[in-house]
Design a protein around this ligand. Structure first.
Ligand code: Z5A
Length: 199
């Protein structure tokens, strides 16, 4: 079982993943909790490059997309596929839908580029994807209480509105895989709704 978690910043993905992780562990299941970009030492280095605000030049959107997929290729081969092949449950904080929402809907890159990368480098799509949806300001306020902002977090509200529409578009096209959760609710209710979708 491969489950991914998506949404704009601060919507509670990490909070929900931890709850589901604890739930499965209590049931005696083997679970791998991981994230993108990142999830392996090399992919985490690519993550640092992607989130850093300390570049002397603006990162090109194509560079951003390719770095996401470089990290993803490493992550799939080193962590996700071996875990799934060993019968483990994989809980992944963001996956390919983030590339669609951020790089295509947000940055304006063509869907064709993403399609090509997915065809060549993504051998397994999630069985279930939870889209935690909430108004942009709500997530931003939650996330900003943490302090210093990374390169994505410095984007304007209008960028995140486009990202949110990107997730909504995937949800319209793939309602069987992508399940929408109302992320304005308490963490306990979000968890309860997620469990309801999995049963
Ligand atoms: N990115 C991309 O562009 N393309 C790609 O292909 C991929 C990623 C894979 C890093 O991701 C950036 O990479 C991301 C998109 C880009 N940038 N942005 N924005 P990330 O997942 O590491 O970054 P993030 O979305 O900013 O994560 P986050 O801020 O940690 O959000 P979260 O995990 O959804 O939220 P949280 O940590 O669970 O909760 C945030 C706070 O709210 C925390 O204090 C909680 O205690 C609180 N919280 C959580 N749930 C609730 C509820 N229900 N009620 C009240 N308070 C809550």
């Amino acid at each position: 079982m491969f489950i991914s978690f998506e949404g704009t910043e601060g919507v509670g993905k990490t909070t929900l993943i931890r709850k589901l992780h604890d739930y499965y562990i209590e049931q005696g299941k083997e679970v791998v909790l991981t994230r993108e970009p990142g999830g392996t030492p090399l992919a985490e280095q690519i993550r640092s490059l992607l989130l850093s605000v300390n570049h002397d030049e603006k990162m090109n959107s194509d560079t951003e997309l390719l770095l996401m997929y470089a990290a993803r290729a490493q992550h799939l081969q080193q962590v996700i596929m071996p875990a799934l092949n060993a019968g483990k449950i994989v809980l992944c904080d963001r996956f390919v839908d983030s590339s669609y929402a951020y790089q295509c809907a947000g940055r304006g890159l063509s869907k064709q580029k993403l399609k090509l990368l997915n065809e060549h480098f993504v051998e397994k799509m999630p069985d279930v994807t939870f889209w935690l949806d909430a108004p942009i300001e709500l997530g931003m306020n939650r996330a900003r209480e943490r302090g210093a902002l990374d390169r994505f977090e410095q984007e304007k509200v209008s960028f995140f509105e486009k990202v949110r529409s990107g997730f909504a578009e995937i949800y319209r096209i793939e309602p069987d895989r992508m399940r929408r959760l109302d992320a304005t609710q308490t963490p306990e209710k979000v968890f309860e709704d997620a469990l309801g979708c999995l049963k």
